[in-house]
Design a protein around this ligand. Structure first.
Ligand code: KIV
Ligand code: ZN
Length: 498
């Protein structure tokens, strides 16, 4: 019989630790729903003790996700574990994941604890978590750099205390595939009671080896893989979910595992995560990059046209890329639009379709041909309902290479219209200064990014900005055929998320 591999997604926890990334509760729920539809076994929904926002996000996910297990992270102390439990207690399937560092360097310089104290803390906290939930996962942080004999003791202690999953993190992405595979094999052979627990791995990508290390672990007996969409995560990120899944599926002749995943949902999930986090997917990224299935050289194109298998080891359709990039236009009606939305994998309520169709019609007036990318932009931007405290009424800019840019902006704030003007270093800066003057505040722009969604002079421009205000970072996005308008819309979108 084929063995089962559990897919544990940590996009919403380790992935959210990507520098500059911050998701609100509704965005997290939307991602979690897509992970559930993909068939992920466990969703690590967050680290509830770290902030009220994170707690609320985990709670919302716990209330809404039914077929995947909802997991919350906690350090090995009662406050973290209690907070994690409070956040996930309503979930149909729930798990607490607690961790403590076990490498000499972490214990000496970070924890300032002896080996005995660490073992005692693990015993105490895993037992405590077990009084709250049936499923307890324990991670010896920096596991791959922990002295082996001590690591065995750590794992035995966690098993005796009731841990059902033992996760071995390569926290700093230091391992190599042979070495990491051997570590998993040694653990399976030397740890008492390991046959009663699931062995998991969590690999970071500092040397670009996270996926290779995870696959080596599977070859040596690991049963759970922790990964994140688009490889997000601390520093260089985690093993990429889409790469792990497609490697397991495409090379099932080697891995011989039972993988119950709807791979056609991958592309949609990847673009949603990229959209919400503001982290772009590089074009040559495996599986989900724009070039992943593009064939440039004549020889390759000829080969693919004759028989796709010459240069394609998996089909674009199998990960949800639509090769039939049908173009809609002025004469496309609601039916054609709705059909295309469904074909693109969106599951949207009737009233939302109506709203998206209105936006589609507005866009058709500005742009002759509407591609799949344009439709995705329309849909992604309307995904999360915001209470719109701030609405754009109008703006006006005067700019040129020999004058100082000046801008006037008119906003509706809680139903009241206000207007201000300001100058700035370029049109966008002038508009942002006018908005800040109008609000009487001074937010800091941490990042500003502009990109074209499709090609051509009439392409939709997408602006994403990161605003720091009230000690938190919010990401705003705006889309328009006019990049100045997209910039203003992105700013207002960020304000509405504060
Ligand atoms: O990288 C790491 O060690 C972690 C643990 C919390 C599992 O993220
Ligand atoms: Zn990690």
């Amino acid at each position: 019989m084929k063995k089962k591999i559990y897919i544990f997604d940590t996009t919403l926890r380790d992935g959210e630790q990507t520098p500059g990334v911050s998701l609100n509760a509704k965005e997290k729920l939307e991602i979690a729903k897509n992970l559930e539809a993909l068939g992920v076994d466990i969703i690590e929904a967050g680290f509830p003790v770290t902030s009220k926002g994170d707690f609320e996000g985990v709670k919302l996910i716990a209330q809404n996700i039914k077929s995947s297990t909802v997991n919350a992270l906690a350090r090995a102390n009662k406050k973290d574990i209690n907070t994690a439990y409070e956040a996930i207690k309503e979930a149909k399937r729930k798990r607490i994941h607690t961790f403590l560092a076990t490498s000499d360097v972490h214990m000496t310089y970070k924890l300032k604890m002896t080996r005995e104290e660490v073992l005692e803390k693990i015993r105490e906290m895993v037992s405590y978590a077990k009084t709250l939930v049936d499923e307890v996962e324990f991670s010896p942080e920096d596991g791959s750099r922990t002295e082996k004999e001590f690591l065995y003791k750590v794992l035995e202690t966690a098993i005796e205390a009731g841990a059902t999953v033992l996760n071995i993190p390569d926290t700093v992405g230091y391992s190599t595939p042979n070495e990491f595979g051997k570590l998993i094999k040694d653990i399976k052979e030397n740890v008492n009671g390991i046959e009663n627990a699931i062995v998991s791995v969590h690999c970071h990508n500092d040397l670009g080896l996270a996926v290779a290390n995870s696959l080596a672990a599977i070859e040596n007996g690991a049963e759970q893989i922790e990964c994140a969409v688009n490889g997000l995560g601390e520093r260089a990120g985690n093993a990429a979910l889409e790469e792990i899944i497609m490697a397991l599926k495409t090379r099932n002749d080697i891995y011989k595992i039972n993988l119950d995943v709807n791979t056609e949902k991958i592309y949609r999930l990847s673009s949603l995560v990229s959209h919400f986090t503001g982290v772009k997917v590089q074009p040559n990224k495996a599986i989900v990059g724009a070039n992943a299935f593009a064939h440039e050289s004549g020889i390759h194109q000829h080969g693919v046209l004759t028989n796709r298998e010459t240069y394609e080891i998996m089909t674009p359709e199998s990960v949800g890329f639509k090769t039939n990039n049908m173009v809609l236009g002025k004469h496309s009606g609601r039916h054609a639009f709705e059909n295309r939305v469904k074909e693109l994998g969106y599951d949207i309520l009737k009233e939302d379709i109506q709203e998206a169709f209105i936006k589609f019609k507005e866009l058709v007036d500005k742009k002759k041909e509407i591609s799949d990318k344009d439709i995705e932009a329309i849909l992604n931007h309307g995904r999360i309902e915001l209470e719109e405290k701030y609405k754009l009424k109008s703006f006006n800019v005067s700019t040129g290479n020999k004058i100082t840019s000046t801008a006037t902006v008119s906003l509706e704030i809680d139903g009241q219209v206000k207007e201000e003007a300001a100058c700035g270093d370029g049109p966008v800066n002038a508009l942002y200064n006018a908005i800040e003057r109008l609000l009487g505040s001074n937010r800091e722009i941490k990042d500003y990014n502009i990109s074209a969604i499709t090609s051509g002079a009439d392409a939709l421009g997408e602006v994403s900005i990161k605003l720091e205000s009230k000690d938190k970072i919010v990401i705003g996005r705006g889309v328009s055929t006019d990049v100045i308008e997209a910039s203003v819309l992105a700013y207002i979108n960020a304000l509405n998320k504060e």
